[in-house]
Design a protein around this ligand. Structure first.
Ligand SMILES: *[C@@H]1O[C@H](CO)[C@@H](O)[C@H](O)[C@H]1NC(C)=O
Ligand SMILES: *[C@@H]1O[C@H](CO)[C@@H](O)[C@H](O)[C@H]1NC(C)=O
Ligand SMILES: *[C@@H]1O[C@H](CO)[C@@H](O)[C@H](O)[C@H]1NC(C)=O
Ligand SMILES: *[C@@H]1O[C@H](CO)[C@@H](O)[C@H](O)[C@H]1NC(C)=O
Ligand SMILES: *[C@@H]1O[C@H](CO)[C@@H](O)[C@H](O)[C@H]1NC(C)=O
Ligand SMILES: *[C@@H]1O[C@H](CO)[C@@H](O)[C@H](O)[C@H]1NC(C)=O
Ligand SMILES: *[C@@H]1O[C@H](CO)[C@@H](O)[C@H](O)[C@H]1NC(C)=O
Ligand SMILES: *[C@@H]1O[C@H](CO)[C@@H](O)[C@H](O)[C@H]1NC(C)=O
Ligand SMILES: *[C@@H]1O[C@H](CO)[C@@H](O)[C@H](O)[C@H]1NC(C)=O
Ligand SMILES: *[C@@H]1O[C@H](CO)[C@@H](O)[C@H](O)[C@H]1NC(C)=O
Ligand SMILES: *[C@@H]1O[C@H](CO)[C@@H](O)[C@H](O)[C@H]1NC(C)=O
Length: 767
């Protein structure tokens, strides 16, 4: 079925690689799809979203079939229905022509109809870094009663990180199943498994899903490492929690499968949903299965945590922006992995890359790409170590210097020992298929000059080592930034968490460097991305929940936001739009003092002010600034004076008798008043309301961010909320995002095709 997806809409799946096996598979599929869909009258897969399930007797699949009979050729109706969503919300996926799709969208009860597309996928000292050492006091019963739904690329069930040993019986309220497919068994750790798409089991063949799941709930595994690099104890945030795995990414992360996974997970009874998948460019709310699924999850008391995306540091790039989603940015930790290079003249340079290969015994000859070309290439291509430029006979056991960092697999395939490449401003290290040192511009130029200055240039590349990072946490440049194009008056992402150079479990079937040529197999691997940050927040949320099983999703989110470490806006492009409320502190979040509880009714009151309504009715009129959210943001016009009020209500979850005083920090250009500015509580769960009013004379330039924060302080607690006023990007019209941005996505596909096909040819020639 997957084959019928339209290649134009076949877009954009959050990892930072291009040339991996999965992509290669996609391309082969795309070529087939082009042929097949031409025959099939241009029918494509569309998803119809129909809101809540009606109460009382109702057969969703029958209703969906009836609807299809009306909009399409009745004889074709049954064949065209691909899947009904009927467990947690209402809707279906079907093959439709453009005309049928429009007819369907006009029907009563149909909230949105959107094309099915493909999304992208986006350890373990990190837990120590944020204050959860192995000695942390835990609620083991609370943890083992917490079930986490992981919507991702599957899991490697035999990994030591998922041994169910020492965990008690499965919680009785669990309604899910172990439908893991071929050769897949569950245990007391992995209690649920389902797969969608063309997969035949929940087994992870790409590594991403296994990595994410082990960051959340991996058992403690001593002496884990990637070939000795980043050696230590690997463990998840909640080692006793349960996992329910929903595999949606084979061969691609399809919207229709993601929506089905939400439908199942909500109904199965998970407590928290983790989703490190997203679209490169933000989707409209009503076209985004993650926003829709998370909305229904929120309705059932389930928190959804999602990766912000890897499209930073560009502003407006955050892809998970719905207010009911907990959106996560990625930052570094105090551990940094470096690869040293000894240059022949005795200089030692520091590279960003992960090299698990042993250091070479000697210095090896260094050759520049342009010296090792077999001819038939331009000089620029040769310098970039472009495919087919490399002359195998010249580079065996040598180190090659290239002007591009995206051809290291070709250099390996051609038989070189190692390579030296520019890091193009990438601040994080990743695993290469051969000994590689990624150097910054100054160091690359140094090596070039050295190479020029001697007749027998030589270098030695060392095995990677981890060093202490002085400046952490800093938001990674790849981490997507807010604000949201669609919903301007909210800070997104909500928080940041470790997502740089994380060691966690991996699928032994997947290539650690995620390139085809690399056939090595590892149990633990080091990856970076908001995909790795998201599961840290999931683990932290589960940790908080294990102490407070009765807290609502928004109370847990509020606790993690108001206790987060404050970050310096001068150090991250986009300030709060890079890191939200700051870096999570799971331990502090178990005892936050006050929470901003946003009820599901509150979310329903914002529909009248949102261009894309997931629930069609709108009976109250709350603006986003009035939503009881733990952070505050407003977009204002350039130059114009402004006055904005943020009414808020806090619930006392700290000490029964307590007294809080408000104070404001920062925001030199803002006049901020809190009324009342002190709150007296006499009981637990008591609520108190206040209003924050922000005035300004007008901010002169577009896209200027003014940051401040509100702090409620008592004898025992500090409860902090960031306040952001930012000016409109005057050249932008605002409002709804460019729908789907097919142009962008199409380019993306073309790009993948061209790279990968040429690359396949190359591999075939080489092997
Ligand atoms: C919208 O939400 C309200 C309140 O929860 C519910 O009664 C109504 O049925 C919903 N409308 C749709 C179209 O789902
Ligand atoms: C199909 O169309 C008929 C006639 O227009 C209408 O009576 C019926 O309610 C429609 N059924 C559905 C499920 O929309
Ligand atoms: C099941 O998968 C595991 C892991 O790949 C493998 O070791 C084992 O041989 C497989 N068993 C069968 C019956 O295929
Ligand atoms: C720990 O792992 C490393 C690398 O895999 C290995 O060399 C070493 O022997 C292991 N140490 C222990 C105590 O198992
Ligand atoms: C590889 O890197 C070079 C140099 O940065 C760049 O010009 C080229 O577009 C990149 N190729 C691909 C396919 O990303
Ligand atoms: C290397 O030497 C050549 C010829 O002497 C010169 O053109 C080139 O600019 C030099 N390159 C560097 C990086 O110094
Ligand atoms: C990236 O590197 C630059 C230069 O070394 C440094 O100024 C910046 O703070 C680094 N950013 C991160 C996120 O590490
Ligand atoms: C950020 O920079 C501004 C202007 O240089 C300075 O006034 C402010 O104190 C800095 N903030 C922090 C937290 O360092
Ligand atoms: C909600 O308020 C906005 C402005 O505050 C107004 O434009 C809109 O018409 C109101 N909608 C309803 C349904 O009351
Ligand atoms: C809170 O303070 C009031 C008066 O100060 C006192 O009567 C009450 O017992 C106190 N409650 C608790 C739980 O300490
Ligand atoms: C501002 O909006 C324009 C037009 O939409 C866009 O081209 C530009 O990139 C935006 N600037 C930023 C910083 O996002």
């Amino acid at each position: 079925m997957t084959l019928f997806a339209n290649p134009v809409n076949h877009t954009c799946a959050f990892t930072k690689r291009v040339r991996n096996m999965k992509m290669m598979m996609n391309v082969l599929l795309i070529s087939l799809v082009v042929v097949i869909s031409a025959i099939d009258e241009d029918r494509k897969v569309f998803i119809a979203y129909m809101g809540f399930l009606p109460e009382g007797e109702y057969s969703p699949s029958l209703h969906h079939y009836e609807i299809l009979k009306n909009v399409t050729n009745p004889r074709f109706a049954r064949k065209s229905l691909i899947r009904s969503y009927q467990r947690s919300f209402n809707g279906f996926a079907a093959y439709l022509s453009q005309e049928e799709q429009q007819k369907l969208a006009g029907l009563d009860g149909v909230i949105s109809v959107f094309p099915c597309q493909k999304l992208r996928l986006q350890t373990t000292r990190s837990w120590d870094f944020m204050g959860l050492p192995t000695t942390t006091e835990r609620s083991v019963t609370g943890e083992s009663d917490t079930i986490i739904g992981v919507i991702d690329g599957g899991i490697w069930p035999e990994s030591e990180s998922f041994s169910g040993e020492g965990i008690g019986p499965i919680p009785g309220r669990w309604r899910g199943q172990c439908q893991g497919g071929t050769n897949f068994t569950c245990n007391r750790k992995i209690i649920g498994a389902r797969y969608y798409g063309i997969a035949d089991s929940v087994r992870d063949i790409h590594g991403h899903g296994t990595h994410v799941a082990s960051i959340i709930a991996g058992s403690q595994v001593n002496n884990a490492s990637y070939y000795g690099v980043a050696q230590g104890i690997a463990r998840g945030g909640v080692p006793s929690a349960r996992l329910a795995v929903y595999k949606v990414c084979e061969p691609d992360c399809e919207l229709r499968d993601i929506l089905k996974a939400f439908d199942d997970a909500i109904s199965d009874g998970v407590d928290i949903i983790s989703i490190s998948i997203g679209h490169d460019s933000p989707l409209e709310l009503t076209h985004d299965p993650i926003a829709i699924g998370a909305f229904h999850a929120m309705h059932r008391g389930i928190l959804t945590v999602a990766a912000a995306g890897n499209e930073g540091p560009r502003l407006y790039s955050v892809s998970s922006y719905a207010p009911w989603i907990f959106s996560v940015a990625a930052s570094n930790t105090n551990r940094k992995i470096v690869t040293k290079v000894l240059v022949g003249d005795g200089t030692v340079l520091m590279g960003t890359s992960i090299n698990g290969f042993p250091s070479s015994n000697d210095e090896l000859p260094l050759l520049y790409g342009k010296e090792v070309t077999s001819g038939g290439c331009s000089e620029a291509e040769a310098r970039h170590c472009h495919e087919r430029c490399l002359d195998r006979s010249l580079i065996q056991q040598k180190v090659v210097l290239c002007d591009a960092n995206n051809n290291t697999d070709l250099v390996k395939a051609a038989g070189a020992f190692g390579c030296i490449v520019p890091n193009h401003g990438n601040n994080f290290s990743d695993v290469g298929p051969l000994p590689t040192a990624d150097l910054d511009t100054n160091d690359i130029n140094f090596v070039k000059t050295y190479h020029n200055s001697t007749t027998k240039p030589r270098v030695k590349i060392f095995k990677s080592e981890d060093i202490n990072n002085q400046v952490a946490p800093l938001v990674a440049s790849f981490s997507s930034r807010g604000p949201s194009i669609s919903i301007s008056d909210i800070i997104k992402p909500d928080v940041t968490a470790p997502g740089v150079e994380i060691l966690a479990a991996y699928s032994p079937m997947a290539s650690p460097s995620q390139v085809f040529i690399d056939k090595s197999s590892v149990k633990y691997n080091i990856l970076s991305g908001t995909s790795m940050a998201c599961p840290h927040v999931v683990g932290a949320a589960a940790f908080v929940k294990s102490f407070h099983p009765d807290w609502s999703p928004s109370a847990i989110k509020s606790a993690l936001m108001t206790t987060a470490w404050e970050m310096n806006p001068n150090q991250s492009l986009g300030a709060e739009f890079a890191y939200g409320s700051g870096h999570i502190d799971p331990h502090k979040a178990t005892d936050p003092g006050l929470v901003y509880d946003t009820s599901k009714e509150d979310y329903h009151k914002i529909w009248c002010n949102i261009p894309q309504r997931i629930n069609a009715t709108c009976n109250a009129n709350l603006t986003l600034t009035q939503l009881n959210y733990p952070s505050m943001a407003v977009q204002v016009d350039v130059i114009s004076p402004f006055v904005v009020s943020f009414p808020r209500t806090v619930t006392n979850v700290g000490k029964a008798n307590s007294s809080y005083v408000a104070s404001i920090k920062g925001g030199a250009k803002l006049h901020i008043v809190v009324d009342p500015n002190n709150l007296q509580f006499t009981a637990l769960n008591q609520k108190k309301s206040f209003v924050v009013t922000v005035r300004g004379e007008g901010i002169k330039s577009p896209l200027t961010i003014e940051s401040a924060s509100l702090l409620w302080t008592s004898d025992n607690y500090k409860v902090r909320s960031p306040i952001v006023v930012y000016t409109r990007n005057t050249t932008s019209t605002g409002g709804a995002p460019a729908s789907q941005s097919p142009r962008l996505c199409k380019n993306f596909v073309v790009l993948f095709v061209s790279i990968i096909i040429t690359h396949c040819i190359y591999i075939v020639q080489q092997l």
